[in-house]
Design a protein. Structure first.
Length: 116
């Protein structure tokens, strides 16, 4: 499900900013951030190793889960492309159905918000 949204609340804008900052710092194709039910944020960039490939969104979900997050309030990905279904499914696995996934371009401008 996809819905256009041009304004984010401050907490969601924060995870977009964190995702964009990490993407730039790591010089990676994409960056992602998730916010858990306690308001903690987790950020990650894409991972490409000979034995492991994860999108930034998958990696951020892994970091949150490994840190003990019991659920997600929201996720954001900054990329030149839409997240794949497997990426959104990872958000659903930890955040549940209906978790917003904010998709922003590489300049940080919100493109769309999908519901996991």
């Amino acid at each position: 499900m996809s819905q256009e949204d041009t304004a984010l609340d401050p907490e969601d804008a924060k995870i977009v900013t964190l995702a964009r900052s990490l993407r730039g710092r790591n010089r990676s194709a994409e960056g992602a951030a998730v916010r858990d039910l306690d308001g903690r944020t987790y950020v990650a960039s894409s991972v490409t190793l000979p034995s492991l490939t994860l999108s930034a969104l998958q990696a951020a979900v892994v970091v949150a889960s490994a840190s003990g997050a019991r659920g997600l309030e929201a996720a954001a990905v900054v990329s030149g492309a839409e997240p794949g279904e497997i990426d959104v499914t990872a958000v659903t696995d930890l955040g549940g159905s209906g978790t917003p996934v904010h998709v922003a371009g590489t300049d940080g401008t919100l493109i769309t918000t999908r519901l996991a």
